[in-house]
Write a protein that binds this ligand. Structure first.
Ligand SMILES: Cc1cc2nc3c(=O)[nH]c(=O)nc-3n(C[C@H](O)[C@H](O)[C@H](O)COP(=O)(O)OP(=O)(O)OC[C@H]3O[C@@H](n4cnc5c(N)ncnc54)[C@H](O)[C@@H]3O)c2cc1C
Length: 526
């Protein structure tokens, strides 16, 4: 019997996951990616100048389950897997540009006793002028997801934004600012985001699970993302028989008699597939197949990074060991220094000793130096703002800088000439300098009013979806959600062909306090 042929479009985490799972299920798998490299938003490459560019600082939380399962399956050398490339962070620094004496390491290492973590958290909250009553409320909100039964969660969180559910208006400015900054910096989420998304996130921050083989609830790859994660994955998938078609852009999906009959890639017809998978960003799926009528997403957030290449690494060891979340920075910045001890044995350009990587998550608030939001600034002004907002005091160490490749800052005339390259990108109107900011890595954070959740199955039986925007048990657009969506997608493809597949059903570990959830269920039984 001939193998069923699956075409996957998009080589990000979700597309690679579908390829990984489908090839293991015995399908013939072809993956089409419009860029020269795979990884999608999870990319980190060396460019032609020998400089490493990461899309952003990338955290692998211990609440991840499906992604870790995949990382363990990707072999590297000496019988090891990509999972072994994870490095546990001792903690994260909650920092302040206004008052650096507030900077404190919130421990995340498993070795630190839980009670100590809680005491440090309370001390941090106090240093941000949060009263004891509000500190208790913070902990209560973070526990909410763990202590309510599923039925009550569905009822209480339904159609509510986090701000409404938490009644943020009733609290002090200090409390609101702290909480919203934490969400903005960690996942670019704003208070409009659905309670159903934010409450599990807070719970995972306060009560992260433990995973065998890692030492902290916050982890990073020990080197550039493509070198340590994506490239070994692609090599492994090729060895299993996945056929990669790079620089191949899906231009059109042709639908006839309620089926996808063919697709057009790089203006050329590609036909004869048994199933088609769109593992593309949400905005590209809605553009390419408007008839899917996916629920509309009104809010999109920008988050991307700048890399500053350093001739020497600043002497401040604490800053070097982990990430720094600058909570009161208007552009909601997180930064780290990519070098030892976070990155190990990385082949830097000879004059570079490390990279200061700064990720921003708020493009609407005026900056401190320019008093303008990002889109009104020049590229140069943005860089000055970033360094100022993180309080970087070693400008003499900076050799050069780079913007990540998912963002562009272009003169309007150039943009008009090259518009075809930017189809599906999000853009601000030209600023007063006649330049335009554009991004291809928009994040869509689920809102309370988003309507029905997006599934991997579509109204066309042979067309499937995968991606960070799919409704999964994780809720937040992350690599974990993209990976889980890939498994859900494979499960649907297998069902379509009458086969069984069980990986998607493997449940993530339950949060602690099961007995409290049972009591909650009993107390509120109808
Ligand atoms: C700044 C930032 C920081 C983040 N940090 C973290 C983090 O720390 N931890 C975490 O878990 N997650 C993080 N995320 C989220 C995570 O990176 C994404 O959710 C995940 O990588 C999305 O994977 P995906 O496969 O769904 O989509 P994408 O990564 O967007 O992949 C889609 C792919 O489709 C390709 N494509 C697009 N159009 C076409 C076309 N027409 N034809 C063919 N191919 C096409 C794209 O080139 C891309 O490779 C971050 C996201 C951002 C933006």
């Amino acid at each position: 019997m001939s193998k069923k042929k699956i075409l996957i479009f998009g080589g990000g985490i979700s597309g690679l996951t579908v390829a990984h799972e489908c090839i293991q299920q015995g399908f013939e798998v072809h993956l089409y990616e419009k860029k020269k490299y795979c990884g999608g938003k999870a990319f980190g490459l060396k460019n032609e100048d020998g400089l490493h560019i990461e899309h952003s600082i990338r955290v692998y939380g211990s609440s991840y389950h499906h992604l870790f399962q995949t990382l363990r399956e990707i072999p590297t050398t000496n019988g090891k897997s990509v999972f072994d490339h994870l490095t546990g962070l001792p903690g994260v620094i909650l920092a302040s540009w206004e008052n650096p004496s507030r900077n404190q390491l919130l421990p995340t290492a498993y070795a630190t006793p839980k009670i100590r973590k809680l005491l440090v958290l309370l001390r941090i909250l106090r240093s941000w002028h949060i009263t004891t009553r509000e500190a208790i409320q913070f902990i209560r909100l973070a526990m909410d997801f763990a202590i309510r039964s599923d039925a009550r969660k569905a009822r209480l969180y339904s159609q509510k934004s986090f701000a409404e559910y938490a009644r943020l208006d009733a609290y002090s400015e200090a409390f609101r600012q702290f909480l919203t900054a934490l969400l903005d910096i960690t996942v670019a989420a704003k208070p409009y985001a659905s309670a159903d998304v934010i409450l599990p996130l807070l719970n995972r921050i306060l009560l992260p699970g433990t995973v065998a083989g890692i030492s902290s609830s916050m982890n990073v790859m020990n080197g550039p993302t493509n070198e340590r994660f994506i490239d070994p994955w692609v090599t492994y998938l090729k060895s299993l028989g996945v056929q990669f078609h790079m620089t191949s852009s899906l231009d059109e999906v042709v639908i006839e008699a309620d089926q996808v009959t063919r697709v057009v890639v790089n203006q050329t017809d590609v036909t004869e597939a048994d199933a088609f998978v769109l593992a593309l960003p949400y905005q590209h799926v809605t553009r390419l197949v408007p008839s899917l009528h996916l629920p509309k997403k009104n809010h999109r957030e920008w988050s991307f990074s700048y890399q500053f290449y350093l001739r020497d690494v600043p002497p401040d060891l604490v800053t070097r060991q982990t990430f720094n979340l600058v909570l009161d920075s208007p552009w909601k910045l997180v930064y780290c220094i990519e070098s030892e001890p976070l990155w190990k044995n990385v082949d830097f350009r000879p004059d570079v000793r490390g990279i200061l990587s700064v990720t921003l998550s708020n493009v609407d608030t005026p900056g401190l130096l320019t008093h303008k939001p990002l889109h009104a600034c020049t590229d140069h002004e943005v860089q000055a703002e970033l360094l100022h907002q993180i309080g970087f005091t070693y400008p003499e160490l900076i050799l050069e800088s780079r913007l990540d490749a998912t963002v562009a800052y272009l003169p309007e005339a150039t943009y008009q000439q090259r518009q075809a390259e930017f189809i599906g990108w999000d853009s601000f109107p030209p600023n007063e300098h006649g330049y335009r900011w554009l991004t291809d890595s928009t994040l869509f954070i689920p809102e309370a009013t988003d309507g029905s959740a997006i599934s991997v199955e579509t109204n066309l039986p042979n067309l499937f979806l995968a991606g960070e925007f799919i409704y999964t048990s994780y809720r937040i657009p992350t690599m974990e959600q993209a990976n889980e969506s890939g498994k859900l997608c494979t499960a649907s493809i297998c069902r379509y062909f009458g086969r069984s597949y069980d990986k998607a059903g493997q449940k993530r570990p339950e949060p602690p306090f099961r007995s409290l959830r049972r009591i909650d269920q009993w107390l509120h039984r109808r």
